[in-house]
Each structure stands twice: as C-alpha cells, then as structure tokens.
Design a protein around this ligand. Structure first.
Ligand code: SF4
Length: 280
C-alpha cells in the first residue's frame, strides 16, 4: 500500500508533546485561502520552481526536473510504501522515548488517505509510539471512528465558526466539522483545538464568545486544550513557486493585544487556552 506524501519532518516540536516525527500526507478537501502549505492541497505531484535558487545551468531543459543541482526546480509529492514510511519513523524511536514524543500525521488532510492512515497508526501503536492526527475534521465520521483506538491525540482545526464565511474562506461548509467534533468530544480521546487567527476575518470578540460557548457545551471526558495560532505569511512564496495565483486578500496577523483579549474570552468559558504553538 502506497502513501502519497510531501514531507516527513523530523524533530518537530509543534505537532504534539515531545519530539515528534510529522508525516505530511498530500491531498486535502479544503482549500483555505490562508493555507501556508499550498503544496498539501492537491493529491497529485506538482512541479515547483524557486527563481532565487536557479543558477541558469539549463540542466532541467526538456523537463528533466531531477537533474537540477540546486533544487530550484523540483517535484513536490512522492509515494512511499507504508513500510518505507515506518522505516523513517522508526529511526527516531529513541527521541520519542526520551522526550515523551511520538508521531503526528498531518497534511493536507491525513484522513483523505484513510486506509493508509489506519495502517500507519496501527503499526505505530504496535511499536508503542504516541500518535497524533492533525485533522480539519472534514471527513466521514466512520473514518474518524476507525482511527480512535490507535490515536492518542487529535489536533482538530477550527477555521471559522460562521458557516457562510467558512465556505468562502475554505471552500466547504463547517457543519460536518462541527458535527464530528461534537461526536469526538463524547468519546474518551484527547482533543487539542487549533484555530488560525486572522485579523478581521475570525478575530472578532463576539465570534470568539460563540466559539467559547460551543466548546464549553461539549463537556468532554478529557478537558479540551485550545491553541490560538496567529496567521503568518511564511507560505506566501510557495504559491508563486507552484505557479498558483495568490488571489487572497491581504491577510494580516492579529495584534498581541487582540490575541490576549481572545484568550481571556475563551478562558471565561473555563477552557485551557494557549497562544501560539504547543511549546508557547
Ligand atoms: S537545472 Fe535548476 S538551477 Fe539549472 S536552470 Fe534548471 S532550475 Fe535553474
């Protein structure tokens, strides 16, 4: 069974506890306008060209991408067998043990390749690794449910609480996402909610109150941890490299003051809230 990936990141510190290996699966049913990994959206391979790295040697002439000595031109996306992915994961076993880390499956949407994800999660659990699934929640409930026995932590994204705006900014409705979150919260699993915060898009205090009320109503068996992730522009250059028009409006990060206010709103609903990545 092959897995379509675009990266395996070692020594990741932001995708769950401890030192982790994050496996980025390619393909996503959402197309968030602020996505900082635009190469994750298509499930197909893509050609990328980084002008600044090009030394004009023309070895790539005739479409010979692999001949590029500087990786200015390269193919994004590759297939590995499940066994090959596990070989990469196993290399850092000692770091997982010493740091309380493990393996995170991210994307794209890892549930997009649900059979591959299930096989990988089972194999990781067999080895005793801590496992996390970083998901948009936009998946069939049956697929999420199948992962439950082998998933220690769900990193669950909430992009926008208003359905009409969720549709505009991500291309899909948030109804399935919220429904799956409600169901997941009733089960015995650990949930970290991650919200990208973008100025004037989803940083309104009233909106945050609605989210706080909703999350507080879930009353899960294990307390929900919420992370507010301020928007950053690090992915913008990738659009050009992939030949994708960056047609987004000028997204901006929220101010520190606004973030602090949003955090205190959520905390007023007895939620455990952090600003930034896991180690913030
Ligand atoms: S092979 Fe790479 S460095 Fe050489 S011309 Fe092509 S893109 Fe530029």
């Amino acid at each position: 069974m092959d897995v379509m990936l675009f990266n395996i990141q070692k020594f990741s510190m932001q995708d769950g506890p401890g030192i982790r290996t994050t496996v980025f699966l390619k393909g996503c049913p959402l197309s968030c306008q602020w996505c900082h990994n635009p190469e994750s959206i298509s499930s197909l391979t893509q050609e990328s060209f980084n002008e600044r790295r090009c030394i004009q040697c023309h070895r790539c002439a005739g479409g010979n991408i692999g001949a590029c000595p500087t990786e200015a031109r390269r193919e994004i996306g590759y297939r590995l067998s499940v066994e090959e992915v596990l070989l990469e994961i196993d290399k850092d076993q000692v770091f997982y043990e010493e740091s309380g880390g493990g393996v995170t499956f991210s994307g794209g949407e890892p549930l997009f390749q649900s059979q591959q994800l299930l096989t990988l999660l089972k194999a990781c659990k067999d080895r005793g690794y801590h496992t996390a699934v970083d998901t948009s929640g936009y998946a069939q409930w049956e697929d999420i449910e199948r992962m439950l026995p082998y998933t220690d932590l769900f990193l669950y994204d909430l992009k926008h609480f208003k359905d009409e705006l969720h549709r505009i900014y991500t291309g899909v409705s948030n109804q399935l996402i919220l429904e799956n979150l409600k169901r997941l919260s009733k089960l015995n699993c650990t949930l970290w909610i991650r919200m990208p915060i973008i100025k004037e898009i989803n940083d309104q205090p009233d909106l945050m109150k609605d989210i706080g009320r909703f999350l507080a109503s879930l009353s899960p068996q294990t307390p929900i941890q919420v992370f507010l992730l301020p928007y950053h522009e690090l992915g913008v250059g990738k659009y050009k490299q992939l030949g994708i028009t960056y047609n987004q409006q000028n997204f901006l990060p929220p101010s520190q003051l606004d973030l602090t206010e949003l955090k205190s709103i959520l905390k007023s609903f007895n939620l455990d809230v952090k600003i930034g990545g896991y180690y913030d």
